[in-house]
Design a protein around this ligand. Structure first.
Ligand code: SAM
Length: 311
């Protein structure tokens, strides 16, 4: 199995662990354009490496960052010297310096500051308050930007930089409805929406109307698509799955996430890929589930208006 590339900007709900399953289930001749209307970190498309792609997101800072790489304003060398300088300041001044850069970013909105905050902020989170200001706290690691760490981030930037030189990529800050307007029959659409009812971020809220619009679009989509969603966790099942299973092909993968610092406190979640074609590989519900989890799936499902939880 080839190595999975991890992009320079992290975000909540990043699908690094799902990339192999998506690659395995991708059935596309690459004749058209890869369309990713909710790109987040872009980890899926950047690993698929299509010849032509439209990456879009409603978060302008993610898009500004990749537009700057695409237009060669941000090069690996520029990123390297920036992180070296800012990393040294962080080491010397500690958390105060992080908050100084956060303030600067909220005034000037520079892509390099966004990268720095994403890497020095708590858990690689992206979160903006109701005024559109980045408000993630410091991760308390003033030594973060060692030479090895800078090299790692620079290599991540270089990977995307090279992809942009080799291919025709467009990065757009716009609503997913806009991005999905011009999909052609030869294109491939990958959608990974925020989990309904969970996010309260300025750029990343996801309401029932968004969910309905996206599913309504996908139900009549003329191109092939994969939709990432959650299937079930310890406590609940995704109420949309039965209907999705009636209309489309659904494959699942179980994975574990950690709650708190204890290595033993692992919680299972089952992720689903929904697609409007049937690939030969089958990854249906894993028998490794505990009996009580399997029983949970047999219970009546909550209605769409309920709040759901994700990974
Ligand atoms: C779950 S994340 C995508 C994660 C991504 N697949 C990854 O692996 O990193 C969902 C993304 O949708 C974006 N988003 C939320 N509402 C949107 C909308 N109405 N139109 C476009 N993008 C939106 C968010 O900013 C966020 O980056």
């Amino acid at each position: 199995m080839s190595r999975i590339f991890v992009p320079p900007i992290k975000c909540q709900g990043i699908k690094t662990k799902l990339v192999p399953l998506i690659q395995e289930n991708l059935n596309w001749d690459r004749a058209g354009t890869w369309i990713e209307p909710l790109m987040g970190s872009g980890v899926v498309g950047f690993n698929i490496r299509p010849k032509r792609a439209v990456f879009a997101d409603s978060n302008p800072h993610i898009i500004n960052f990749y537009q700057a790489i695409n237009s060669s304003i941000l090069t690996p060398a520029v990123v390297g010297s920036f992180l070296k300088h800012e990393g040294a300041c962080l080491q010397e001044k500690g958390g105060d310096y992080y908050y100084q850069v956060r303030e600067r970013f909220n005034q000037e909105q520079e892509p390099l500051d966004f990268l720095f905050l994403n890497r020095a902020g708590f858990n690689g989170m992206i979160r903006f308050n109701q005024n559109g200001e980045f408000n993630v706290p410091f991760n308390h690691k003033p030594e973060r930007f060692s030479q090895a760490y800078i090299t790692k981030v620079v290599n991540q930037v270089r990977y995307v930089y090279d992809l942009c030189r080799l291919n025709e990529y467009t990065f757009l800050c716009q609503d997913f409805r806009e991005t999905l307007r011009d999909v052609g029959v030869k294109d491939f659409v990958y959608c990974d929406p925020p989990y309904f009812g969970r996010h309260v971020d300025y750029y990343n809220s996801w309401a029932e109307t968004d969910e309905r619009d996206l599913l309504g679009y996908l139900n009549q989509c003329k191109a092939r698509f994969i939709l990432s969603t959650w299937h079930s966790n310890e406590y609940r099942s995704n109420p949309l799955i039965p209907d999705l299973q009636k209309r489309h092909h659904v494959v699942t993968q179980e994975h574990f996430y950690h709650v708190g610092p204890k290595e033993t406190n692992r919680k299972p979640v089952i992720e689903a890929l929904v697609m409007n074609y049937n690939n030969s590989s089958q990854h249906f519900y894993r028998p490794s589930l505990q009996p009580q989890q399997a029983r949970l799936l047999e219970r009546p499902l909550p209605t769409l208006t309920g709040t759901v939880e994700g990974n």
